[in-house]
Ligand binder design. Sequence first.
Ligand code: IPT
Length: 993
Amino acid sequence: MPSQLSPHVSDIAPGRGALRPARSWLHSDAPSRSLNGSWRFRLSPTASVTEDFAADGFVDDGWDSIPVPSHWVLEGDGAYGRPIYTNIQFPFPIDPPHVPDENPTGDYRRRFDVPADWSDAERVVLRFDGVESLFRVWVNGVEIGSASGSRLAHEFDVTSAVRTGDNVIAVRVHQWSAASYVEDQDQWWLPGIFRDVTLIARPAGGIEDVWLRTGFDHARGRGSVEAEITADAAAFPVTLRIPELGVEHVWDTPADVAPLDVTGVEPWSAERPRLYDATVSTAAENIALRVGFRTVEIRGDRFLVNGSRVVFHGVNRHETHPERGRVFDEEHAREDLARMKRFNVNAIRTSHYPPHPRLLDLADELGFWVVLECDLETHGFDKVGWVGNPSDDPAWREAYLDRIRRTVERDKNHPSIVIWSLGNESGTGGNLAAMSAWVHARDTGRPVHYEGDYTGEYTDIYSRMYASVPETEQIGADGTRSALLNCTPAQSARQRTKPFLLCEYAHAMGNGPGAFDQYEALVRQYPRLHGGFVWEWRDHGILATAPDGTPYYAYGGDFGEVVHDGNFVMDGMLLSNDVPTPSLHEYKAVVQPVEFVFDGGKVAVTNLRHSADTSDLLFRWRVEHDGLSVASGDLEIPVVAAGESQWASLPPIAVAPDAETWLTIDAVLAAPTPWAPEGHVIATAQLDCSTRRPVPAVRLQADWRPGDGTLSLGVAEFAGGSLIRLAGRPVTGPRLELFRAPTDNDESPADRIEDSDNSIDGVSSADLWRRDGLDRLTTRRVSVEHTADALRTLDKVSAADSALSVMVESVWSLEDGELELRVEIEPSRGWQTVWPRIGVRFELPDGAAPVDGAQWFGLGPLETYPDSLRAARTGLFSATVHDLSVDYARPQETGHRSELRRLALTSGSTEVLRIEALPDTRGRRPGFTLSRHTPQQIARAGHPFELGDSSTSHLIVDAAQHGLGSRTCGPDVWPEFALRPESRTIRLRISAG
Ligand code: IPT
C-alpha cells in the first residue's frame, strides 16, 4: 500500500517507540549479535515510496547490497547520490519543520538468526548507534518504531516481534527530516546507517544500567565509588569487584547501594590515565568497566580536577575519514588519538555530537580531558535572524531533552569526560536552559558548557569562540568595569566569576594559524583562562578521483552541490591523509609541558603539567657548530613536580670561532607509552652560544659607466644586463616578487574591528593585492652600468593601470673573489595595503641534472612565518623540492623557511649552487622558498592535481613575509607581524657547488 508523503519526516518528536530512559553503552557478557554486514538496499528519490518492503515475504532479490555501517552517498560510485558540504547553510529551504519532497530515502533489509537459547532472555533489544537522519524499523513485518538523533543511540524492545530462527529486519532511512534543522553542524551531510546495529538478549535478573561515579579526594588521597544500579530488585545481590584494589562488595538489595571509600587508589588524569578493571555482576550478567578515580570541581573562576587547575590544550574533533565518512574505524581513531598525544594535545571537544562510544574508551585509556558535546546545532537560523529557532520554541523542548538525555546516559561512566556541552551554535533559548537544568539534576559531578549562552544564564563555564588576543586578555584580566562581548556590565561580572575557555580558537584552515603563542602566553598569565580547543583537528576531505585519474581530497562543490561552502571543511591541523601540517608542529611546541629558561651556565626546568611529575622524562643535550653535532649527552635534572621548577647546570660548551654554536635540549620519554616510543621528544629549547662575527661591509663603488651588460662575473654570466647562467646552468632572475599564492586567511574578507588598520571592511588582503597588481608586475629597465668588477641594473617595477611602483637596484660584484648580489628594493609612495612578501625570484629551468632538493642552515625543518616560528629550530636541514611544500587541500602559499644563513641547491646528492645569505644592517636575515610552481601558478589551482607536473625550480629569496593570522574565522595577522611596504636589502654570496 503506498504511504502518504511520509508524515514522519516533519515530525518534531524524536521518534516513537524507542526505549527510555536511555542507558549506558556497556560491555556486558549478555548474548548479543552484530547486525553489521551486508544488507539489501534500495534508494528512492522521495520519502513517499511504498512500505511493503518491510513485509516478511517481500522479495528483495532485485535490490543492491550495501555494507552496514556506511553512508550511502559514499557507496556505489555515485549511484546513490553524492555528499553535500555546507557550513551554516541549510541545503534545503528554511521551512521548519518541513523538508522537501526530494528526500533521498534508503530502504534496508536483511535476514538474521535468533539462536534457540535466546528463548530464556527476558527481552530482546535492538540497538542502533547512529543513523542519519530519521529512520523507521520493522521486524518480521511488524513496525517497531522510529527515531531521530543521528549521532545518538536508540534502542527498541523487539521481544514480541522476533522468533527463534530466521527473521527479517527492514529499516527506512530518510536523509532529511525535522531533525535536520537541529543537526546543522559544519560538516558533510552523510545519510545512512553509519554506526553499528546490534541485537541484544537481555537476561532475566540482568543489569539494565550501571553508573560508577568514581571520585578522588586529593586531600585525603582516597577514592570513592558511588554506584547507581538499575536492575529489578529480584536481580540482587549485585557485586562490585575491583580486584586490583581488593574491592569485592556485595549489595544485597537496592536499598543497600551506598557509597564506598577506597584506599590505595592512584587518581586518573589525562597525563596519568590510571584505570582499574571493575565488574558489576548479578547471577545473570557481568558488566565490565574500566574506572578512573577523579573529581571535577569549579571553585571560583578555576576549573579543577583532583584539586589542580586544568589547562585545556585541546582540539575540536569531528568524526571524519576520507573514505568512510563518519563510520568509525577503531584502528584509525586510536592512531589519531595517539598522534594527538605525540603532539602534546591533552583534550578533545567532541564537536559537535557524541562520537562512536568506543572513542571514549580510548580517551579514558590514552588520557584526554574530554568535553562531550550533544548532537545539536541550528546554525542555519542565523540567516533569518534566528526567527523560528527551535532552541526557544516549546514545541521542540522534548526533542532537545531527548538528545541531551541520550548523550549523558550513554557516556556517563567515562572518567575522561569532565564537561558536558549542550551543543553548538544553536542561538539561545528555553530549551537549552531546560537541557542544562536536566544535566545539573542528573550529574552533579560535571559542569555544563554551551558557548551560545553568552551572558551565562544557565551554564557553568564562560566560553567564547575565536576571541581575539586583546579580547581574551580582557577576559583574563580583572577589569571589573569593562563589559564583555554581548554582555552588560552586570553580566560581564557574572561571567568573570567563572572559569573561561575558548571552545574554538586558532582556525587552522590552510596555511596557518598564526599566534598560537600569544594565546598560550595569556593562559600562563591569567589563571582564569583555561586554554581552549583549536578548530580543528583534521581536514574532512573525501577521497575522490580527478578526470585524469589522480586521487585527490574533495571539498565542498566538488560533488556539484547546489549550495556549498567550498573548502571551509578543510580547516584541520592534519591533512585528510593523516599528514600533520606545520601548524600541528607549531602547536606542539607552543603548548609543550616543560619550559626551559637559560641563565648564565644554568637552565631552569619548569614542569607545566597538571599533576604528573617529570619522572617519565630524560633530558638530552647536544651542541652543534653550524648545524653539525660536536658533543651530546644527558642532563642530570632532579624530578620536577607539577607546577615546580628545578635548576640544572649546563654542560661545558665548546664555542666555535668561525661557526654558529647552538645548544639544544630535548625532554624525551624515558620509556615507551601506548602512544609513543621511548625517546619521543615532548619539549625542546635552544640557546645561541655563538660569538659575534662581523658582516662584510658593502663596498660602494663610484666609477659606474653605462654598458651593454654582456659580461661574466665569477660564476655568473649576463647578457644585456640580465643574468643568464650561474655556474654554467641556465638561470633567470632575480625579478621582484611581491605576491604569494593567497592563503585561505589572505582570501578572507576583513570583517572584524580588530583587523589590521590597513584593511578595508569586507575586502580580503588577497583582493587588495590583486587590485594593486602584485600578481602581475611588469618591469622597465631604467639603466645598466658596470665597473671593472661589477654590474648594476636599475628596474622600475609596476602593474598595469597603476602608478604605484618599486625601484629595484641589483648590484652584482666580486667581493673577496666571491660573487655577491645585493638587491635594494624601494617602494614608491602611496602603497596602502600590507604586502604578502618582499622577495626576488630566480628560475632554474629543467635541464641536465635538474635541481630537486635543498640543504640549508637556518630555521627548519618545516615552513615558518613571522607569527608561526616556535616549532622551528636553528640547524642544518635538507629536503626534496616536493617535501619543501605542504599539500594544502587548496593550493596556497607554502614552504617559506626563515632566518636563512646558507642554502645549497642540490641535484640528487650533488650541490649545484651555494648561496650564503648575509644579514641586513639591522641583523635581519632573509627566508627562502624552493618550489616547482610560481605563486601565480599556485594561486590558479583549486586542488593539488590542477598544478600539473613541472621540473623547473623557482627559488624565491624573501627579505620578509607577511604573517599568517587566522582571518578565515578569527583575527587577522597581528600588527607586529603584518608586512608593510618598506625598503629592504637582500645580500647573497653565490658560488658553484
Ligand atoms: C564555528 C563553528 O562552531 C564550527 O563548527 C566551525 O564552523 C567554525 O566556526 C569554522 O570552521 S561558528 C563561526 C560562526 C564562528
